[in-house]
Design a protein around this ligand. Structure first.
Ligand SMILES: [Zn+2]
Length: 354
């Protein structure tokens, strides 16, 4: 799979933006893709699309879609994760009302080799080795769409298995979106990036705000002199200086999800090889030697390091561009979400022929 490098640098423009600030982010998109955003908004007033978003676990799928919605149109675009739907089934079959609703929908819409009774009974027993049949997954995707009405959709977590890639080719007919385009969005993120995102993840034990000690610190950093460790302090206004913590398995990075990453890669390769359905290719990394030509400095993900100044009892924060090896071992910069979303916007306009 070859993902092209996307150029977000515009000749003659020297203005810089702080992309973590929502207002500046808006101005950034206005400057770099104002025309395209307007075209998409006009399009969405009349029409829709179905986009299947595929990428490895922790590749930032949710972040990209959320930002696309924020910039283009919050009301006419919907995003759901079929993985969430499947996880919640457990709870659904335990709730009388919700279970009734689910069965009602399935009775009307499900067709497959296992009877509904067999499926529901397996769900109730929480048998973990019970793999939900693809026909059911398809019906669940249909159900999520029916809940939300006629809108443009980003669907995350479908297809989930290799055979479901073929199902997805006919999905828009199944949900009566015949006239509206469907497309795949494939996200290429090096595993080293995923590994560090997990490894340095920190979370507030009180309000659950997620941060990253290396890549996305809060505004306050503390130092534990006894353990010689730096830590983040939650800066959520409602949370009075809670010390953020790391979850136990996180220090293992990618290791516990290795099988899952392999499967995700296979799925992407399969989707990549499809003919006839348009594809958007998003790339998170850029080789260092090409960076100056293709992107602006402020679009590159910084990394943070800390130094303890014992005389003043203060933590010094050191910021520099984060260097990471891509899956072929090429030393690269990782891009912030905004330039990747910019690439998504421009490619979407092209595919929709706007
Ligand atoms: Zn908090």
């Amino acid at each position: 799979m070859e993902f092209p490098i996307f150029k977000t640098k515009i000749k003659g423009i020297t203005q810089k933006f702080n992309l973590s600030d929502p207002e500046e982010r808006k101005a950034y998109f206005e400057l770099k893709a104002g025309k395209e955003i307007k075209k998409l908004r006009d399009y969405l007033k009349q029409k829709t699309f179905i986009a299947y978003i595929l990428g490895k676990k922790n590749s930032g799928k949710g972040t990209y879609v959320k930002m696309f919605k924020e910039i283009v149109d919050e009301d006419r675009i919907e995003h759901f994760s079929l993985g969430d739907t499947v996880r919640q089934l457990d709870e659904v079959v335990r709730d009388k009302e919700k279970k009734k609703e689910l069965i009602l929908f399935l009775e009307k819409n499900y067709r497959g080799y296992l009877s509904l009774e067999e499926i529901i009974s397996a769900l109730e027993k929480r048998s973990t080795n019970f793999l939900l049949p693809s026909e059911l997954i398809l019906t669940l995707a249909k159900m999520e769409i029916a809940k939300r009405g006629k809108k443009a959709f980003f669907i995350d977590g479908f297809p989930r298995t290799l055979d479901q890639v073929s199902y997805s080719l006919f999905f828009r007919e199944l949900i009566d979106y015949r006239e509206d385009p469907d497309l795949f969005i494939l996200i290429d993120v090096p595993e080293a990036v995923i590994d560090e995102r997990i490894r340095w993840r920190r979370v507030c034990p009180k309000c659950q705000t997620p941060r990253n000690l290396k890549l996305l610190p809060s505004s306050k950093v503390g130092y534990d002199e006894k353990n010689k460790q730096f830590y983040l302090i939650c800066d959520n206004p409602g949370c009075k200086g809670e010390r953020m913590i790391s979850k136990e398995a996180d220090e293992l990075g990618n290791e516990p999800i290795r099988e899952r990453l392999k499967m995700d890669e296979k799925l992407m390769k399969k989707a990549f090889s499809l003919y006839g359905i348009p594809k958007i290719l998003l790339r998170n990394c850029i080789p260092i030697e090409k960076a100056a030509e293709y992107v602006d400095d402020y679009e590159i993900t910084p990394e943070y390091d800390y130094k303890w100044l014992s005389e003043s009892s203060k933590v010094k924060v050191i910021e520099k561009p984060w260097q990471v090896s891509d899956d072929d071992g090429v030393v690269s910069y990782s891009l912030l979400a905004a330039p990747v979303v910019l690439s998504l916007i421009r490619q979407m306009v092209k595919i929709l022929n706007l």
